[in-house]
Design a protein. Structure first.
Lengths: 153, 153
DNA sequence: TATTGTTATACTCTATAACTATA
DNA sequence: TATAGTTATAGAGTATAACAATA
């Protein structure tokens, strides 16, 4: 374990920003931002759910989901329906408009991933995949259990 | 090349956000944001340079550098000095305050990277490093030469 | 004419705090 | 008391457009 990746933070951010930048550039015609697509992706993948559930998946505060869904609902990408059992809660549902566009966007994303990963072998891709999951997992654990150099409340 | 990483965008963003989030959490006492540290990192690494040069390194618009350096200068992290040859331009220089804190922050970053990469072998780290560089490179090339599915001006 | 950097303005995303309605 | 969601407000980051000063 002597190999420390220099500027890991910059590398990760650059790759992420460029990928999302390309995505946003290509999907500009649809009128959804990257953050909104990210929410929509979870919604299409997991099905209708409450805003609290969405906030957990997106790892943001509920108020942020409130803001995102506000605009998306206005533009007809989703609806907020009453929860059948809990009158406080609302179920967020993707509209037909979203479901129609989804396959096109998914194909676009697939093409973008191919482009991004061009020149990397299957084995390298597997390692990359595993490494990214591991990093997130490690940092998640670090958040749950702060190190001694930090000051837990 | 049959292995396509599912949700590559989400994986990259999650890893990046968590890493920068941890970084910001640990450096909160210094009063610089993640974006400001990113700028400072380039400045310390490459030495004094114009705002245009910084904008190119950070891959943002000059106006964004203007905003960042405004606040950083007010807080005493850098100075904007006159360019000796070009009176339009200004050279951005890190102050002693920044240079003093730098080693501490660098050590903190190294520790954070160790934490993030924990459980990954040297070989896996090398592959990760190469893969991240390759992704950025691929997407950079894509920006320079848009695909047929896009509409170049 | 082109470049460096700014001001004015605006947008998105995100968050804290205080609140309503409901559980 | 706790939870789902909101309003009010604010901040960071980024951007376009118009402009100034200089090359």
């Amino acid at each position: 374990m002597t190999y420390r990746i220099d500027r890991l933070g910059t590398l990760l951010q650059d790759a992420s920003r460029r990928l999302w930048g390309r995505f946003e550039h290509r999907t500009a015609d649809y009128g959804l931002s990257a953050a909104q697509w990210r929410l929509m992706g979870h919604l299409l993948r997991e099905g209708p759910m409450t805003q609290i559930a969405l906030a957990a998946l997106l790892d943001v505060e509920p108020i942020s989901v409130s803001r995102l869904t506000d605009r998306m609902e206005q533009q007809g990408w989703l609806r907020r329906e009453a929860h059948p059992e809990d009158r406080r809660a609302r179920i967020v549902v993707a509209t037909a408009k979203a479901c129609e566009v989804a396959p096109t966007v998914r194909a676009l994303v697939d093409g973008l991933y191919d482009q991004a990963l061009s020149g990397l072998s299957d084995e390298e891709r597997r390692v990359l995949h595993r490494a990214l999951l591991k990093i997130t997992e490690n940092l998640q654990a670090a958040e749950a259990q702060p190190s001694s150099s930090e000051t837990p409340k």
